[in-house]
Ligand binder design. Structure first.
Ligand SMILES: Nc1nc2c(ncn2[C@@H]2O[C@H](COP(=O)(O)OP(=O)(O)OP(=O)(O)O)[C@@H](O)[C@H]2O)c(=O)[nH]1
Ligand SMILES: [Mg+2]
Length: 365
């Protein structure tokens, strides 16, 4: 059972605060606790602060947090237990937060002990403390952001109560048997996907016990930049075996995008990429929103970086190449969050050109 922990990001610039928040939302399943964020100096379990400000930091503010994470931007030795260097990334954040969860003996916060009405009042009063003249130049900029932060905080809470789910997009996964389509959909949906796997009785049985004969399906939500789960994605997995390729047609026709899973444990993986790209172009006429995800990459005998470069130069129509482990929820969530905006903007541009066309027709008519 995860415990709710409050992290104040008031001591770092908004860019790093957003990074911390986004990464924590994306990798929720790999974190030992549930991290909630405050943009101001409120009573919290953890406060993140840039090393520049440490010496100037007000004692009262320092005492509001039980644990400090210092962003060591100067890379000089610092006398602090929890330090993190720039640039922030998922692995560093996960590592330090899980260490803190394991090692720290937190005492309950007043905020979390009291009744909900009092909690709201405490939040209000905490947010009403002005961060004026806060730590020099950057601090003043932060103070200017205060009003915006407060508005964002209120809008986040409102959206959490009544989330405004954006229109769903449909993504279809293609790839050879065993490339990880079913596994990826199960990981993305925390095991809640519907699948049509049966015991493999043909050549696939040499590789694995089960194979998909119909469609895998899951509706999932991924978080936006501020952590609200409002991006809806419908994922469809197809059977890898070519004898079931009529299903690729059925689900592919209405897809907004495709992810080709390329199993790097197979010989000549590029031939599969060519095969699926050709299918999408010739059979479906849909080769514009196609992404590639490399799986089983630990078994690839050559240099992975040059292989990825080679894909990017040979398959220029691909919208992106990613390395994932289909068994890891975070890998799939980060991949989907990354491709989501591209797919949405493409979808919008198609809608706009369709509207233009129908307007033209109306005018001509
Ligand atoms: N070592 C390793 N195993 C992986 C990776 N990704 C997936 N797997 C495993 O590979 C197997 C993939 O099986 P499925 O997800 O059923 O493959 P599929 O693409 O749905 O196959 P079909 O339905 O037969 O087309 C599972 O046993 C996964 O645990 C990876 O990156 N590395
Ligand atoms: Mg499958």
């Amino acid at each position: 059972m995860k415990t709710n922990r409050i992290m104040s990001t008031a001591g770092v610039c908004p860019k790093n605060a957003t990074k911390l928040r986004s990464y924590c939302n994306l990798m929720q399943s790999s974190l030992d606790d549930k991290w909630l964020f405050a943009d101001d100096f409120v009573e919290s379990h953890v406060c993140v602060i840039i090393d520049d400000y440490l010496n100037n930091m007000d004692k009262d503010k320092m005492n509001m947090s039980q644990v400090m994470i210092v962003i060591n931007q100067s890379n000089k030795p610092l006398n602090h237990k929890y330090q993190i260097s720039l640039p922030l990334n998922a692995a560093k954040i996960k590592n330090i937060l899980n260490r803190i969860s394991e090692e720290s003996k937190f005492t309950p916060l007043n905020l979390t002990k009291t009744e909900s009405k009092t909690v709201v009042n405490k939040f209000k009063s905490a947010f009403s403390k002005i961060r004026k003249n806060f730590f020099g130049n950057r601090g003043r900029k932060m103070a200017a952001l205060k009003q915006t932060n407060r508005d964002q905080f209120i809008s986040r809470i409102t959206k959490k109560i009544n989330p405004n789910i954006t229109p769903s997009i449909k993504i279809v996964l293609l790839g050879s048997p065993g490339s990880g389509k079913t596994t990826a959909i199960q990981s993305a949906s925390h095991g809640k996907a519907l699948n049509s796997d049966v015991s493999a009785t043909d050549s696939v049985a040499n590789d694995k016990a089960k194979t998909t004969v119909g469609i895998d399906y899951a509706d999932i939500l991924i978080p936006d930049d501020i952590g609200i789960m409002n991006k809806k994605i419908t994922l469809f997995g197809t059977p890898g075996q070519i004898k079931f390729n009529f299903i690729w047609d059925v689900v592919g026709k209405t897809a907004d995008a495709f992810i080709i899973l390329l199993d790097l444990s197979r010989p000549e993986p590029l031939s599969y990429l060519k095969f699926y790209q050709r299918f999408l172009r010739d059979e479906l006429g849909k080769d514009s929103q196609v992404f590639c995800a490399l799986t089983h990459s630990e078994k690839y005998p050559g240099d992975l970086n040059s292989f990825m470069d080679c894909i990017e130069s040979e398959f220029q129509k691909l919208k992106g190449v990613y390395k994932i482990d289909a068994r890891k929820t975070d890998d799939i969530t980060i991949l989907l969050s990354d491709i989501y905006p591209q797919i949405i903007s493409h979808k919008k541009s198609i809608l706009t050109s369709k509207e233009h066309l129908s307007l033209l027709k109306l005018k001509q008519g």
